[in-house]
Design a protein around this ligand. Structure first.
Ligand code: NAD
Length: 477
Protein backbone atom coordinates (compact mmCIF):
# COMPACT_ATOMS: atom_id res chain seq x y z
CA UNK A 1 0.00 0.00 0.00
CA UNK A 2 1.50 3.34 -0.98
CA UNK A 3 1.60 6.43 1.18
CA UNK A 4 -0.12 8.95 -1.09
CA UNK A 5 0.48 11.91 1.21
CA UNK A 6 4.25 11.27 1.25
CA UNK A 7 4.31 11.22 -2.56
CA UNK A 8 2.15 14.36 -2.73
CA UNK A 9 4.31 16.25 -0.21
CA UNK A 10 7.39 15.58 -2.36
CA UNK A 11 5.81 16.81 -5.61
CA UNK A 12 6.49 20.46 -6.52
CA UNK A 13 2.81 21.41 -6.05
CA UNK A 14 2.61 19.39 -2.82
CA UNK A 15 5.72 21.08 -1.40
CA UNK A 16 4.10 24.49 -1.87
CA UNK A 17 0.77 23.38 -0.37
CA UNK A 18 2.48 21.73 2.61
CA UNK A 19 4.57 24.81 3.29
CA UNK A 20 1.61 27.24 3.00
CA UNK A 21 -0.56 25.09 5.29
CA UNK A 22 2.30 24.23 7.66
CA UNK A 23 1.89 20.50 7.03
CA UNK A 24 4.76 18.12 7.74
CA UNK A 25 6.77 16.69 4.85
CA UNK A 26 7.67 13.09 5.69
CA UNK A 27 11.29 12.44 4.68
CA UNK A 28 12.15 9.91 2.00
CA UNK A 29 13.96 7.12 3.80
CA UNK A 30 16.96 5.50 2.11
CA UNK A 31 16.65 1.75 2.36
CA UNK A 32 19.16 -0.97 1.59
CA UNK A 33 18.83 -2.23 -1.98
CA UNK A 34 21.15 -5.20 -1.76
CA UNK A 35 22.76 -7.73 0.57
CA UNK A 36 25.04 -6.65 3.40
CA UNK A 37 28.11 -4.99 1.93
CA UNK A 38 31.58 -5.90 3.12
CA UNK A 39 32.26 -2.20 3.82
CA UNK A 40 28.91 -0.35 4.06
CA UNK A 41 30.65 2.82 5.26
CA UNK A 42 33.16 3.00 2.42
CA UNK A 43 33.50 6.64 1.25
CA UNK A 44 31.60 7.77 4.33
CA UNK A 45 32.75 9.61 7.42
CA UNK A 46 31.90 9.13 11.06
CA UNK A 47 32.52 11.79 13.68
CA UNK A 48 33.61 9.99 16.82
CA UNK A 49 33.43 11.36 20.35
CA UNK A 50 33.45 10.03 23.87
CA UNK A 51 33.36 10.96 27.51
CA UNK A 52 36.67 11.45 29.27
CA UNK A 53 36.45 8.06 31.04
CA UNK A 54 35.18 6.08 28.07
CA UNK A 55 36.04 2.38 28.05
CA UNK A 56 34.93 1.17 24.62
CA UNK A 57 36.99 3.37 22.32
CA UNK A 58 39.10 0.49 20.95
CA UNK A 59 36.24 -1.89 20.01
CA UNK A 60 34.24 1.01 18.57
CA UNK A 61 37.08 2.33 16.40
CA UNK A 62 37.95 -1.26 15.37
CA UNK A 63 34.36 -1.92 14.26
CA UNK A 64 34.14 1.39 12.38
CA UNK A 65 37.37 0.80 10.50
CA UNK A 66 36.29 -2.75 9.53
CA UNK A 67 33.18 -1.28 7.91
CA UNK A 68 35.33 1.10 5.91
CA UNK A 69 34.38 4.37 7.65
CA UNK A 70 36.63 7.41 7.52
CA UNK A 71 37.18 8.52 11.13
CA UNK A 72 36.87 12.14 12.14
CA UNK A 73 37.13 13.94 15.45
CA UNK A 74 36.40 17.41 16.78
CA UNK A 75 39.89 18.38 17.94
CA UNK A 76 38.69 20.63 20.79
CA UNK A 77 36.31 18.01 22.27
CA UNK A 78 37.24 17.26 25.91
CA UNK A 79 36.74 13.50 25.77
CA UNK A 80 39.32 12.72 23.09
CA UNK A 81 41.97 11.09 25.31
CA UNK A 82 40.68 7.47 25.13
CA UNK A 83 39.85 7.81 21.41
CA UNK A 84 43.30 9.08 20.48
CA UNK A 85 44.94 6.37 22.59
CA UNK A 86 42.85 3.63 20.93
CA UNK A 87 43.49 5.02 17.45
CA UNK A 88 47.21 5.03 18.08
CA UNK A 89 47.17 1.39 19.34
CA UNK A 90 45.11 0.30 16.33
CA UNK A 91 47.18 2.44 13.88
CA UNK A 92 44.08 4.30 12.69
CA UNK A 93 44.09 7.78 11.25
CA UNK A 94 41.80 10.41 12.78
CA UNK A 95 40.97 13.40 10.59
CA UNK A 96 39.61 16.72 11.81
CA UNK A 97 36.02 17.78 11.20
CA UNK A 98 36.05 19.89 8.01
CA UNK A 99 34.44 23.32 8.01
CA UNK A 100 31.02 23.40 6.25
CA UNK A 101 32.40 25.67 3.48
CA UNK A 102 35.37 23.35 2.76
CA UNK A 103 33.47 21.33 0.16
CA UNK A 104 34.42 18.10 1.96
CA UNK A 105 31.58 15.57 2.35
CA UNK A 106 29.57 15.89 5.54
CA UNK A 107 29.85 13.16 8.17
CA UNK A 108 27.15 10.52 7.75
CA UNK A 109 27.09 9.59 11.43
CA UNK A 110 27.90 10.78 14.93
CA UNK A 111 29.11 7.96 17.21
CA UNK A 112 29.70 8.61 20.90
CA UNK A 113 31.22 6.32 23.52
CA UNK A 114 29.41 7.17 26.76
CA UNK A 115 30.56 4.08 28.66
CA UNK A 116 32.50 6.08 31.24
CA UNK A 117 29.76 8.48 32.36
CA UNK A 118 29.63 8.67 36.14
CA UNK A 119 27.87 11.94 37.06
CA UNK A 120 25.23 14.40 35.89
CA UNK A 121 28.02 16.98 35.50
CA UNK A 122 29.85 14.66 33.13
CA UNK A 123 26.70 14.44 31.00
CA UNK A 124 27.81 17.90 29.86
CA UNK A 125 30.38 16.09 27.68
CA UNK A 126 27.49 14.55 25.74
CA UNK A 127 25.93 17.98 25.27
CA UNK A 128 29.26 19.54 24.25
CA UNK A 129 29.77 16.94 21.53
CA UNK A 130 26.29 16.79 20.03
CA UNK A 131 25.01 20.35 20.43
CA UNK A 132 27.19 21.99 17.76
CA UNK A 133 27.20 18.96 15.43
CA UNK A 134 23.60 17.91 15.28
CA UNK A 135 22.52 20.61 12.84
CA UNK A 136 25.16 19.45 10.33
CA UNK A 137 23.80 15.90 10.17
CA UNK A 138 22.78 15.14 6.56
CA UNK A 139 19.42 13.63 5.57
CA UNK A 140 19.23 9.94 6.53
CA UNK A 141 22.16 10.51 8.91
CA UNK A 142 22.84 8.38 11.96
CA UNK A 143 23.46 8.98 15.65
CA UNK A 144 24.69 6.04 17.72
CA UNK A 145 25.61 6.17 21.40
CA UNK A 146 27.24 3.25 23.19
CA UNK A 147 26.86 2.97 26.94
CA UNK A 148 27.25 0.45 29.73
CA UNK A 149 23.99 -1.50 30.13
CA UNK A 150 22.43 -0.45 33.46
CA UNK A 151 22.60 -4.10 34.63
CA UNK A 152 26.35 -4.17 33.99
CA UNK A 153 27.12 -0.65 35.23
CA UNK A 154 29.16 -0.51 38.46
CA UNK A 155 27.40 1.47 41.16
CA UNK A 156 24.59 3.96 41.52
CA UNK A 157 26.21 6.80 39.53
CA UNK A 158 27.00 4.64 36.49
CA UNK A 159 23.51 3.11 36.47
CA UNK A 160 21.87 6.50 36.79
CA UNK A 161 23.83 7.90 33.88
CA UNK A 162 23.18 4.84 31.67
CA UNK A 163 19.52 5.44 32.25
CA UNK A 164 19.85 9.19 31.57
CA UNK A 165 21.19 8.39 28.12
CA UNK A 166 17.94 6.61 27.25
CA UNK A 167 16.05 9.85 27.73
CA UNK A 168 18.65 11.75 25.70
CA UNK A 169 18.52 9.37 22.74
CA UNK A 170 14.71 9.20 22.68
CA UNK A 171 14.46 12.98 22.60
CA UNK A 172 17.21 13.48 20.04
CA UNK A 173 15.57 10.86 17.78
CA UNK A 174 12.38 12.97 17.86
CA UNK A 175 14.36 16.08 16.89
CA UNK A 176 16.30 14.61 13.95
CA UNK A 177 13.62 12.37 12.44
CA UNK A 178 12.34 15.20 10.25
CA UNK A 179 15.19 14.67 7.79
CA UNK A 180 15.10 10.88 7.97
CA UNK A 181 17.93 10.63 10.49
CA UNK A 182 17.87 8.11 13.32
CA UNK A 183 19.35 7.95 16.83
CA UNK A 184 19.81 4.72 18.78
CA UNK A 185 21.55 3.48 21.92
CA UNK A 186 23.62 0.30 22.16
CA UNK A 187 23.92 -0.82 25.78
CA UNK A 188 26.96 -3.00 26.29
CA UNK A 189 26.88 -5.61 29.04
CA UNK A 190 29.65 -7.96 30.14
CA UNK A 191 31.51 -9.39 27.14
CA UNK A 192 29.41 -7.33 24.71
CA UNK A 193 32.42 -5.30 23.51
CA UNK A 194 33.44 -8.39 21.49
CA UNK A 195 30.08 -8.38 19.69
CA UNK A 196 29.69 -4.78 18.59
CA UNK A 197 30.44 -5.17 14.87
CA UNK A 198 27.05 -6.44 13.69
CA UNK A 199 24.81 -4.14 15.78
CA UNK A 200 26.94 -1.11 14.89
CA UNK A 201 26.74 -2.00 11.19
CA UNK A 202 22.99 -2.44 11.48
CA UNK A 203 22.33 0.87 13.21
CA UNK A 204 24.71 2.89 11.02
CA UNK A 205 23.53 1.45 7.70
CA UNK A 206 20.43 1.77 5.53
CA UNK A 207 19.28 -1.65 6.79
CA UNK A 208 17.86 0.12 9.86
CA UNK A 209 16.07 3.00 8.07
CA UNK A 210 12.88 2.71 10.19
CA UNK A 211 14.56 1.98 13.57
CA UNK A 212 14.97 5.05 15.75
CA UNK A 213 14.82 6.05 19.40
CA UNK A 214 15.62 2.48 20.44
CA UNK A 215 17.84 0.82 23.00
CA UNK A 216 19.43 -2.56 22.32
CA UNK A 217 21.54 -4.53 24.78
CA UNK A 218 24.56 -6.47 23.52
CA UNK A 219 26.26 -9.05 25.70
CA UNK A 220 28.58 -12.00 25.39
CA UNK A 221 27.80 -14.21 22.42
CA UNK A 222 28.46 -17.92 22.18
CA UNK A 223 31.88 -19.62 22.11
CA UNK A 224 34.27 -17.09 20.73
CA UNK A 225 37.86 -16.27 21.57
CA UNK A 226 38.86 -12.76 22.48
CA UNK A 227 39.26 -10.42 19.53
CA UNK A 228 37.63 -12.73 16.97
CA UNK A 229 34.92 -10.98 14.99
CA UNK A 230 32.00 -12.82 13.41
CA UNK A 231 31.36 -11.02 10.14
CA UNK A 232 27.83 -9.97 9.26
CA UNK A 233 28.15 -9.89 5.43
CA UNK A 234 27.85 -13.42 4.08
CA UNK A 235 27.11 -14.88 7.51
CA UNK A 236 23.71 -16.26 6.46
CA UNK A 237 24.90 -17.80 3.23
CA UNK A 238 23.98 -21.48 2.94
CA UNK A 239 21.74 -21.49 6.04
CA UNK A 240 18.19 -22.84 6.03
CA UNK A 241 15.31 -20.82 7.49
CA UNK A 242 11.66 -21.53 8.21
CA UNK A 243 9.43 -18.45 7.88
CA UNK A 244 5.78 -18.80 8.94
CA UNK A 245 3.09 -16.67 7.30
CA UNK A 246 5.39 -16.33 4.28
CA UNK A 247 2.73 -16.06 1.56
CA UNK A 248 2.38 -12.28 1.75
CA UNK A 249 3.03 -9.08 3.69
CA UNK A 250 5.80 -9.00 6.26
CA UNK A 251 6.43 -12.76 6.04
CA UNK A 252 7.01 -12.62 2.28
CA UNK A 253 9.41 -9.69 2.77
CA UNK A 254 11.31 -11.60 5.47
CA UNK A 255 11.62 -14.58 3.13
CA UNK A 256 12.85 -12.31 0.31
CA UNK A 257 15.44 -10.48 2.40
CA UNK A 258 16.78 -13.72 3.93
CA UNK A 259 16.97 -15.24 0.43
CA UNK A 260 18.88 -12.11 -0.69
CA UNK A 261 21.44 -12.95 2.02
CA UNK A 262 21.85 -16.48 0.60
CA UNK A 263 19.43 -18.38 2.86
CA UNK A 264 17.45 -21.41 1.64
CA UNK A 265 13.86 -20.57 2.57
CA UNK A 266 11.15 -22.97 3.69
CA UNK A 267 8.08 -20.77 3.60
CA UNK A 268 5.07 -21.94 5.55
CA UNK A 269 1.51 -20.65 5.41
CA UNK A 270 -2.04 -21.76 5.98
CA UNK A 271 -3.28 -24.31 3.38
CA UNK A 272 -5.87 -21.71 2.23
CA UNK A 273 -2.92 -19.55 1.02
CA UNK A 274 -1.15 -22.30 -0.90
CA UNK A 275 -1.39 -20.46 -4.25
CA UNK A 276 0.08 -17.18 -2.97
CA UNK A 277 2.71 -19.09 -1.01
CA UNK A 278 3.75 -20.96 -4.16
CA UNK A 279 4.12 -17.69 -6.07
CA UNK A 280 6.25 -16.08 -3.35
CA UNK A 281 8.47 -19.14 -3.04
CA UNK A 282 8.88 -19.42 -6.82
CA UNK A 283 10.19 -15.82 -6.89
CA UNK A 284 12.95 -16.52 -4.36
CA UNK A 285 13.76 -20.17 -4.98
CA UNK A 286 12.13 -21.23 -1.71
CA UNK A 287 10.17 -24.33 -0.80
CA UNK A 288 6.51 -23.96 0.23
CA UNK A 289 4.94 -25.85 3.13
CA UNK A 290 1.15 -25.46 3.31
CA UNK A 291 0.53 -26.11 6.97
CA UNK A 292 -1.52 -24.47 9.72
CA UNK A 293 0.79 -23.31 12.53
CA UNK A 294 -1.79 -24.53 15.04
CA UNK A 295 -1.73 -28.13 13.79
CA UNK A 296 -0.95 -30.38 16.76
CA UNK A 297 1.85 -32.10 14.82
CA UNK A 298 3.20 -28.94 13.11
CA UNK A 299 6.71 -29.27 14.60
CA UNK A 300 7.01 -32.92 13.56
CA UNK A 301 5.85 -32.14 10.03
CA UNK A 302 8.31 -29.26 9.73
CA UNK A 303 11.15 -31.47 10.99
CA UNK A 304 10.16 -34.21 8.52
CA UNK A 305 10.21 -31.66 5.67
CA UNK A 306 13.51 -29.94 6.45
CA UNK A 307 15.53 -32.74 8.05
CA UNK A 308 16.18 -35.04 5.06
CA UNK A 309 16.27 -32.21 2.48
CA UNK A 310 18.27 -29.50 4.20
CA UNK A 311 19.80 -31.12 7.29
CA UNK A 312 17.72 -29.14 9.82
CA UNK A 313 16.95 -25.48 10.49
CA UNK A 314 19.44 -22.73 11.30
CA UNK A 315 16.84 -19.96 11.52
CA UNK A 316 13.16 -19.96 12.51
CA UNK A 317 11.00 -16.85 12.06
CA UNK A 318 7.59 -16.95 13.74
CA UNK A 319 5.73 -14.34 11.73
CA UNK A 320 2.25 -15.83 11.13
CA UNK A 321 -0.30 -13.79 13.03
CA UNK A 322 -3.91 -12.62 12.96
CA UNK A 323 -6.04 -9.92 14.52
CA UNK A 324 -9.66 -10.39 15.60
CA UNK A 325 -10.41 -7.05 17.25
CA UNK A 326 -13.39 -6.51 19.55
CA UNK A 327 -13.84 -4.72 22.83
CA UNK A 328 -13.55 -7.34 25.56
CA UNK A 329 -17.21 -6.92 26.46
CA UNK A 330 -18.15 -8.02 22.93
CA UNK A 331 -15.41 -10.54 22.26
CA UNK A 332 -16.46 -14.09 21.47
CA UNK A 333 -14.54 -17.02 22.94
CA UNK A 334 -13.82 -18.10 19.33
CA UNK A 335 -12.01 -14.80 18.57
CA UNK A 336 -10.15 -15.07 21.85
CA UNK A 337 -9.00 -18.68 21.36
CA UNK A 338 -8.06 -18.22 17.72
CA UNK A 339 -5.73 -15.26 18.30
CA UNK A 340 -4.14 -16.80 21.41
CA UNK A 341 -3.57 -20.08 19.60
CA UNK A 342 -2.09 -18.73 16.34
CA UNK A 343 -0.06 -15.81 17.70
CA UNK A 344 1.33 -17.39 20.86
CA UNK A 345 0.35 -21.01 21.53
CA UNK A 346 1.68 -22.20 18.17
CA UNK A 347 5.06 -20.50 18.71
CA UNK A 348 5.55 -22.26 22.04
CA UNK A 349 4.48 -25.67 20.70
CA UNK A 350 6.51 -25.49 17.49
CA UNK A 351 9.66 -24.39 19.30
CA UNK A 352 9.28 -27.11 21.90
CA UNK A 353 9.00 -29.72 19.14
CA UNK A 354 11.85 -28.26 17.06
CA UNK A 355 14.14 -28.10 20.10
CA UNK A 356 13.70 -31.88 20.32
CA UNK A 357 14.13 -32.45 16.60
CA UNK A 358 14.67 -30.15 13.63
CA UNK A 359 16.73 -27.26 15.03
CA UNK A 360 20.48 -27.19 14.43
CA UNK A 361 22.96 -26.16 17.12
CA UNK A 362 23.55 -22.41 16.98
CA UNK A 363 20.02 -21.83 15.64
CA UNK A 364 18.51 -18.40 15.85
CA UNK A 365 14.81 -17.82 16.44
CA UNK A 366 13.06 -14.51 15.75
CA UNK A 367 9.44 -13.96 16.82
CA UNK A 368 7.29 -11.11 15.51
CA UNK A 369 5.69 -9.15 18.33
CA UNK A 370 3.99 -5.75 17.95
CA UNK A 371 3.99 -2.33 19.59
CA UNK A 372 0.36 -3.25 20.37
CA UNK A 373 1.86 -5.64 22.92
CA UNK A 374 3.80 -2.78 24.48
CA UNK A 375 1.22 0.02 24.47
CA UNK A 376 -2.01 -1.98 24.53
CA UNK A 377 -4.96 -0.98 22.39
CA UNK A 378 -8.71 -0.80 23.02
CA UNK A 379 -10.26 -3.72 21.16
CA UNK A 380 -7.08 -5.79 21.20
CA UNK A 381 -7.01 -7.55 24.58
CA UNK A 382 -6.50 -10.85 22.73
CA UNK A 383 -3.87 -9.61 20.24
CA UNK A 384 -1.93 -7.50 22.76
CA UNK A 385 -1.83 -10.42 25.21
CA UNK A 386 -0.15 -12.57 22.57
CA UNK A 387 2.31 -9.91 21.42
CA UNK A 388 3.30 -9.01 25.00
CA UNK A 389 3.54 -12.75 25.72
CA UNK A 390 6.09 -13.06 22.90
CA UNK A 391 8.29 -10.41 24.57
CA UNK A 392 8.32 -12.34 27.86
CA UNK A 393 8.78 -15.63 26.02
CA UNK A 394 11.99 -14.62 24.19
CA UNK A 395 13.40 -13.28 27.46
CA UNK A 396 12.57 -16.54 29.27
CA UNK A 397 13.90 -18.78 26.48
CA UNK A 398 17.19 -16.93 25.96
CA UNK A 399 19.24 -19.20 28.29
CA UNK A 400 17.88 -22.36 26.60
CA UNK A 401 18.97 -21.13 23.16
CA UNK A 402 22.27 -19.78 24.48
CA UNK A 403 23.09 -23.25 25.92
CA UNK A 404 22.86 -24.52 22.34
CA UNK A 405 25.02 -21.72 20.95
CA UNK A 406 22.02 -19.85 19.53
CA UNK A 407 19.70 -17.01 20.44
CA UNK A 408 16.05 -15.98 20.41
CA UNK A 409 14.79 -12.43 19.97
CA UNK A 410 11.68 -10.54 18.95
CA UNK A 411 10.96 -7.71 16.54
CA UNK A 412 8.07 -5.41 17.44
CA UNK A 413 6.75 -3.65 14.30
CA UNK A 414 4.91 -0.37 14.49
CA UNK A 415 2.57 0.71 11.68
CA UNK A 416 3.70 -1.22 8.58
CA UNK A 417 2.17 -0.81 5.11
CA UNK A 418 0.58 -4.25 4.53
CA UNK A 419 -2.84 -5.74 3.77
CA UNK A 420 -3.42 -5.86 7.54
CA UNK A 421 -3.11 -2.06 7.87
CA UNK A 422 -4.67 -1.32 4.45
CA UNK A 423 -7.86 -2.87 5.87
CA UNK A 424 -8.05 -0.22 8.63
CA UNK A 425 -10.58 2.63 8.30
CA UNK A 426 -9.07 5.79 6.73
CA UNK A 427 -8.85 8.05 9.80
CA UNK A 428 -7.12 5.63 12.20
CA UNK A 429 -4.91 4.46 9.34
CA UNK A 430 -3.72 8.00 8.58
CA UNK A 431 -3.16 8.72 12.29
CA UNK A 432 -1.35 5.39 12.78
CA UNK A 433 1.03 6.15 9.96
CA UNK A 434 1.96 9.67 11.11
CA UNK A 435 2.38 9.34 14.91
CA UNK A 436 6.05 8.51 14.84
CA UNK A 437 9.29 10.44 14.54
CA UNK A 438 9.61 9.74 10.80
CA UNK A 439 5.97 10.75 10.03
CA UNK A 440 5.29 7.66 7.91
CA UNK A 441 4.51 3.98 8.07
CA UNK A 442 7.28 1.42 7.73
CA UNK A 443 7.63 -1.01 4.85
CA UNK A 444 7.63 -4.82 5.24
CA UNK A 445 11.31 -4.66 4.21
CA UNK A 446 12.09 -2.70 7.39
CA UNK A 447 10.93 -5.60 9.55
CA UNK A 448 12.72 -8.07 7.29
CA UNK A 449 16.04 -6.21 7.60
CA UNK A 450 15.84 -6.33 11.41
CA UNK A 451 14.98 -10.03 11.28
CA UNK A 452 17.96 -10.73 8.97
CA UNK A 453 20.26 -8.88 11.37
CA UNK A 454 18.98 -10.85 14.37
CA UNK A 455 19.11 -14.13 12.40
CA UNK A 456 22.82 -13.71 11.72
CA UNK A 457 25.39 -15.52 13.88
CA UNK A 458 27.16 -12.14 13.95
CA UNK A 459 24.37 -10.81 16.18
CA UNK A 460 25.33 -13.49 18.74
CA UNK A 461 25.56 -10.94 21.57
CA UNK A 462 21.86 -10.07 21.26
CA UNK A 463 19.70 -12.64 23.05
CA UNK A 464 16.30 -12.41 24.74
CA UNK A 465 15.71 -8.87 23.44
CA UNK A 466 12.84 -7.14 21.65
CA UNK A 467 13.75 -4.59 18.99
CA UNK A 468 11.07 -2.11 18.00
CA UNK A 469 10.96 -1.26 14.30
CA UNK A 470 8.42 1.51 14.43
CA UNK A 471 9.98 4.86 13.47
CA UNK A 472 9.73 5.63 17.23
CA UNK A 473 5.97 5.34 17.26
CA UNK A 474 4.50 7.38 20.12
CA UNK A 475 2.35 4.37 20.98
CA UNK A 476 3.72 2.66 24.08
CA UNK A 477 6.90 4.71 23.93
P1 NAD B 1 -0.81 -10.49 6.94
O1 NAD B 1 -2.19 -10.76 7.40
O2 NAD B 1 -0.61 -9.73 5.67
O3 NAD B 1 0.03 -11.85 6.85
C1 NAD B 1 -0.04 -12.84 7.86
C2 NAD B 1 0.26 -14.18 7.24
O4 NAD B 1 0.12 -15.18 8.27
C3 NAD B 1 -0.75 -14.52 6.14
O5 NAD B 1 -0.07 -14.99 4.98
C4 NAD B 1 -1.61 -15.60 6.76
O6 NAD B 1 -2.15 -16.54 5.84
C5 NAD B 1 -0.62 -16.27 7.72
N1 NAD B 1 -1.33 -17.05 8.74
C6 NAD B 1 -2.37 -16.63 9.49
N2 NAD B 1 -2.82 -17.65 10.26
C7 NAD B 1 -2.04 -18.73 9.97
C8 NAD B 1 -2.03 -20.07 10.42
N3 NAD B 1 -2.91 -20.51 11.32
N4 NAD B 1 -1.08 -20.91 9.94
C9 NAD B 1 -0.19 -20.48 9.00
N5 NAD B 1 -0.16 -19.21 8.53
C10 NAD B 1 -1.09 -18.35 9.01
O7 NAD B 1 -0.10 -9.74 8.17
P2 NAD B 1 1.23 -8.87 8.23
O8 NAD B 1 0.84 -7.46 8.36
O9 NAD B 1 2.19 -9.28 7.19
O10 NAD B 1 1.75 -9.31 9.68
C11 NAD B 1 2.77 -10.28 9.90
C12 NAD B 1 3.11 -10.30 11.38
O11 NAD B 1 3.49 -8.99 11.81
C13 NAD B 1 1.94 -10.72 12.27
O12 NAD B 1 2.41 -11.51 13.33
C14 NAD B 1 1.43 -9.39 12.78
O13 NAD B 1 0.75 -9.52 14.01
C15 NAD B 1 2.71 -8.60 12.92
N6 NAD B 1 2.53 -7.14 12.92
C16 NAD B 1 2.09 -6.47 11.81
C17 NAD B 1 1.97 -5.08 11.85
C18 NAD B 1 1.52 -4.27 10.65
O14 NAD B 1 1.46 -3.05 10.75
N7 NAD B 1 1.24 -4.86 9.51
C19 NAD B 1 2.25 -4.39 13.03
C20 NAD B 1 2.68 -5.09 14.14
C21 NAD B 1 2.82 -6.47 14.06
Amino acid sequence: MSDRYLEFAHSSYGKTVASVLGLPTPPRLKRASEAWAEQPMDQRYVLVGGDSGSELAAPILGALSRMGAGLRIVPEHSGLGPIKAAASTLHLKLAGNPAPESGEPRSHALVFDASGLRSPEQMREVYDFFQPLVRGLPGNGRVLILSRAPGAADGVAAKTMSSALRGFIRSLAKEIGKNGSTANLLEVSTGGQEWLDAPMRFFLSEHSAYVTGQTLEVGQGPGKGEGVTVALPGSLNGKTALVTGAARGIGAAIAEVLAREGVQIVGMDHPSQEGALGETMARIGGVGLALDVTAADAAQRIAAEVGPRFGGLDVVVHNAGVTRDKMLRNMSPQFWDMVLNINLGAILRINEGLLTEGLNDGARIVCISSIGGIGGNAGQTNYASTKAGVIGYVDAMAPTLSDRGGAINAVAPGFIETQMTAAMPLAPREVGRRINSLSQGGMPQDIAEAVAFLASPAAGGVNGRTLRVCGQNWFGA
